[in-house]
Write a protein of this length. Structure first.
Length: 238
């Protein structure tokens, strides 16, 4: 079902104290790829324009199930997990019928991408990408494989903690968000410049919570990750 038009509202200014800086010396590549000129303000008519409208008809039946949407001759290797949560706007209201996209490494810490030359096996039954629509309560749900850590060359013996990338639009282009979800108790979080670059008070918003409520008995453990697109408790950007 396509999203119904909603009354247009003016978005509050983004609170940049909730997000990592564009340039963070410990995250080396941020120094060369971040903007060096001030942003160009957009007219209000552009900032508050509605995002693209997606419908369930645009999705495949297995797009939300990363354990099955690329299966060729079996099931992917690794720990099956459910990742679920709610997408909320700056006023705490559910963002209904909006597209949520994810991508991730496999259980060995390898992406299906020619640029990833990590000496770890590819899984012929795992693509590492999926998408779904939120429901009337703003809820989304994915079934996937828990991603592994991988070396990334930022500094000596640097390893990225297991994480899942999220991309969301929300109801307006001004609420566009790309972020990362991490797992509780990961010892690499204390050593990761990308996670550490996020302001201390906002880091917990990037860490999912284990929950039995989302666990699929006998099949997959469950993690909850709520996403706020803007406002006082907005989820930090990637």
């Amino acid at each position: 079902m396509d999203r119904l038009p909603l009354p247009q509202t003016v978005l509050s200014p983004r609170d940049w104290n909730e997000h990592p800086p564009y340039q963070y010396p410990a995250y080396k590549s941020s120094m060369s790829r971040s903007p060096t000129l001030p942003p160009i303000p957009l007219p209000d008519a552009m900032k508050n324009r509605y995002a693209p409208v997606y419908g369930a008809g645009d999705l495949g039946a297995l797009d939300h199930d990363l354990t099955a949407n690329a299966a060729r001759n079996g099931t992917p290797l690794g720990e099956r997990i459910v990742v679920t949560g709610r997408v909320l706007d700056e006023r705490g209201r559910p963002v209904r019928n909006t597209l949520v996209e994810v991508w991730q490494a496999n259980a060995a810490g390898r992406y299906v991408h020619k640029g990833d030359q990590h000496d770890a096996p590819l899984d012929p039954n795992f693509l590492g990408a999926g998408r779904c629509m939120t429901d009337a309560q703003g809820c989304y749900r994915f079934l996937t494989i828990k991603p592994g850590a991988y070396p990334w060359g930022n500094h000596s013996n640097a390893w990225r903690p297991g994480h899942i990338h999220f991309s969301l639009f929300g109801e307006q282009f001004g609420s566009r968000l790309v972020t990362q979800m991490y797992f509780p108790g990961d010892p690499l979080l204390a050593l990761d410049p990308i996670f550490q670059g996020t302001p201390v008070h906002a880091r917990d918003r990037l860490v999912s919570q284990f929950t039995l409520d989302a666990t699929q008995e006998g099949h997959a453990l469950g993690y909850r990750f709520d996403i706020v697109l803007r406002g006082p408790r907005e989820t930090p950007m990637e």
